[in-house]
Design a protein around this ligand. Structure first.
Ligand code: LLP
Length: 419
């Protein structure tokens, strides 16, 4: 599954002892396993090889340049949702014809830079957005491919904050409106409306919601075909769930087995946009216990990583496994702790009521499954410099992002004159 394993009671990332990395670069720190990243990318690629889809890694999950480069070098395209993500993908040499651009709020400037870069297509989500892309394309004397993101109104059975394919979500166009737009596409003289995009949510553990959504997309494709509108692309988005705790998510093969017959029927170029599946279990966040505090109600392990480093527990009540880097270092007894950060918010926690070996100040802990939506969602809240990132490859580890400094915290600020 992943390459974070215990050897002689010590946690290793591939062949490097995690404690050595923590000691060398300090904590908190993100550590990624290159082998795990590549293996997960290949799992999807192999499962779908019979239709040779374009696999666009969802950059929002992990936008570290080295991570992007590892995937790009192996043929991955990129799914971007901002000018910044586009910039990063281009920076590592991703072929623009392997970049797709989604998001409900693309600005005029972002649209222009994507057209100039020569991306494969936009995934558009509303009529006014189509009108804007059309205007920008006209100004640039280009004609650009666009897929319409449809909202298939299926329940992905995931956390409500990461469900996107229900009718009440802000994403996509309902089927009826999408069809109307395809039928009237001539009004957009500089757009080539040539595909359908669906993305119903994230951390989806069963194939069924995907099957339902793809069936709805096929219905639309067939209705359009009957009206002589032919398409090039079907983009089925991302959303594959991973193991954080005791989930039993579908494997890439299970997923492929369930959806391939449908995708083959579509007879279109298929795009996938996995993020978490590739990056999630490829990374951990390592943190040090600063204090152990016992109150009449609870034991708190106060660690040096907070919600500014990893917000998923605070934001979604997400479960991340937390392991000591050394097993049994203080015997076999366990106690329950709230594992909390240094941020001045009661919502700043990494785990609640978690049974852990007895902890002491100075102990190092690994927060597992932090490779996706970990660093990318981190912030400088409480003026805390963001953590460094390290990429491990076999016996070697390289610093791929430096720890921010206090100077970084103020580098864009201007103290107004006359204060
Ligand atoms: N495609 C589109 C259009 C998306 O919006 C997303 C994720 C993906 C692909 C990739 O989804 P994935 O394969 O990673 O599930 N911050 C949340 C997850 C938000 C996902 C947003 N969209 C979390 O930490 O759980």
């Amino acid at each position: 599954m992943h390459h974070f394993r215990f050897r002689k009671n010590q946690l290793y990332c591939e062949n490097v002892k995690v404690e050595d990395i923590a000691k060398k670069f300090g904590t908190p720190i993100y550590i990624y396993s290159l082998k795990t990243l590549i293996e997960h990318y290949r799992k999807i690629k192999n499962a779908f090889h019979s239709i040779n889809p374009l696999i666009c890694f969802s950059v929002k999950a992990n936008s570290n340049l080295s991570v992007l480069k590892v995937l790009a070098k192996r043929g991955a395209g990129m799914d971007v949702v901002s000018g910044g993500e586009l910039f990063k993908a281009l920076r590592v040499g991703v072929n623009p014809k392997r970049i797709v651009y989604a998001g409900v709020g693309k600005s005029e400037r972002e649209i222009a830079s994507a057209i100039k870069a020569g991306i494969l297509f936009f995934n558009a989500e509303s009529f006014p957005e189509l009108a804007l892309i059309d205007r920008v394309a006209r100004r640039l004397h280009e004609r650009i491919d666009v897929c319409l993101r449809v909202n298939p109104d299926v329940d992905p059975h995931t956390h409500k904050f990461i469900a996107t394919g229900k009718a009440t979500n802000k994403f996509g166009l309902d089927m009826y409106t999408a069809e109307e737009i395809f039928l009237r596409s001539r009004i957009f003289s500089h757009l080539n409306l040539c595909g359908i995009h669906i993305h119903i949510g994230s951390q989806i553990t069963q194939a069924q919601p995907f099957v339902k959504a793809i069936k709805k997309a096929l219905t639309l494709i067939n209705r359009l075909r009957a009206k002589k509108i032919s398409l090039k692309y079907l983009n089925i988005g991302g959303g594959l769930g991973i193991v954080y705790r005791n989930e039993k998510p579908q494997t890439a093969e299970d997923f492929a087995r369930a959806v391939l017959p449908l995708l083959k029927k579509a007879k279109l170029r298929i795009i996938l946009e996995p993020g978490r599946f590739i990056a999630g279990n490829s990374g951990i966040l390592v943190s040090k216990v600063t204090y152990v505090k016992t109150t009449p109600n609870k034991n708190f392990a106060i660690v040096d990583a907070g919600m500014n480093d990893l917000i998923r527990p605070s934001l979604y009540d997400a479960y991340h496994e937390i392991l000591p880097l050394e097993l049994n270092s203080h015997g076999h007894r366990t106690t329950k702790y709230d594992i909390v950060g240094p941020i001045c918010e009661s919502g700043d926690f990494l785990a609640k009521n978690r049974s852990m070996p007895v902890l002491e100040a100075g102990d190092l802990l690994a927060v597992m499954g932090a490779g996706a939506y970990g660093f990318t969602m981190s912030s400088n809240y409480n003026s805390r410099p963001r953590a460094p990132e390290v990429l491990v490859h076999g016996n070697t580890c390289s610093l791929v992002r430096k720890r921010e400094t206090y100077q970084d915290l103020v580098k864009n600020e201007i103290i107004s004159k006359g204060l």
